[in-house]
Design a protein around this ligand. Sequence first.
Ligand code: XUL
Ligand code: CO
Length: 436
Amino acid sequence: MTHFNNIPIIKYEGSDSTNPLSFKYYDATRVVAGKTMAEHLRFAVSCWHTFLGTGQDIFGSAVHSRSWSGDSDPMSRAKSTMHAAFEFCQKLGMEYYCFHDRDIAPEGETFAESCKNLEEIVNLADDLQKETGVKLLWGTANLFSNPRFTHGASTNPDAHVFAYAAAQVKHAMDATKQLGGEGYVFWGGREGYETLLNTDMQQEQENMAKFFHMAVDYAKKIGFTGQFLIEPKPKEPTKHQYDFDAATVLNFLRSYELIDHFKLNIEANHATLAGHTFAHELTVAASAGKLGSIDVNRGDLLLGWDTDQFPTDLYDTTQAMLVLLQHGGIGKGGLNFDAKLRRGSTDVEDLFYAHIGGMDTFARGLLIASDIIEDGKINEVLSNRYSSYSSEIGQSIVSGEADFDSLDKWVRENGEPKMQSGKQEYLENLFNSYIR
Ligand code: XUL
Ligand code: CO
């Protein structure tokens, strides 16, 4: 059975096309800044939102009905969903997909049955990958939906739940390894707290670090060479999530000697929830050499929660692509659409419009960012701004040769520094001039 009979293969038709089921900017094989668009962007579809999203919210039940989710038997439903996922990727020329273990296979009556279900669906995914060439960007485990994880997984006050989470991750890692996943993501679903009155923060964080060390050891044991990624998020579902933002996660990784084994998966809407811009979080991660992958979406400035909308803001995608281009790209990571349709977007076509729009907005951001770099004017202002560090006194600071005494002497001889403009408005105008 095919699920998207009415949808053609989505092709690049250029910016003059009026066909809503075509790419206006994303041209997979077009070379920009030395690599094809596909190589730069490495787009992935997220199984949880795109194939399981129903539009359900806290005020109302499911409104999106899909041809792949009608079967009442959970395993048959899981298989149809997997077939739909690969067909969807092929229609869009989407190279990668991402999943949580429980997105792709239902929980059984017992843990052993859950593992068996997962193995069966992973074998199917393995076959479909070989048949279609679609690849796994990353796998992860859902350690937050089941009631057993109400008080967290690796940070749960009950060691029994810690053990359960570890056992579950072991199987999710096996699945990711079997499918040749480029990475494995840890998003701290309920790793945080609601009130300090019932929380031993130190013990919870130490336990979380133990959990990650066990994952590192297990990867070595089974020969999993994909990149481990932590995905920061400041709040939701818990009031305070331990992986608050990129800087907090980097500090955690350094404190617990995990820094060599992990990179970050930065999500746009998580950045804004933390009070940062997307570009800020990407820059923090990239400056530490730890930008591993990206969950692309956007929030709504008027709402305070994770709305997970599809990215449409050209400013944001241009800034993101600038960070990426200037830090050597996304490596083994990719751009995963961790984004869902609005409740009112009920047609299956809407899934295509959403992904086409997201892919085009990033492709256009890539083109503009590449123009900005090639033209060099913004970078010229930037390097001039720091040029004094190439002078004799600047070099003595950078090399570590200077100390307070030598700088005291130098200031006595050289007097007041001259005021220099930061040229913010000039740069903002210049930035806008590339957006066309
Ligand atoms: C939740 C979120 C997750 C992770 C994977 O906000 O972003 O879907 O990306 O667990
Ligand atoms: Co995410």
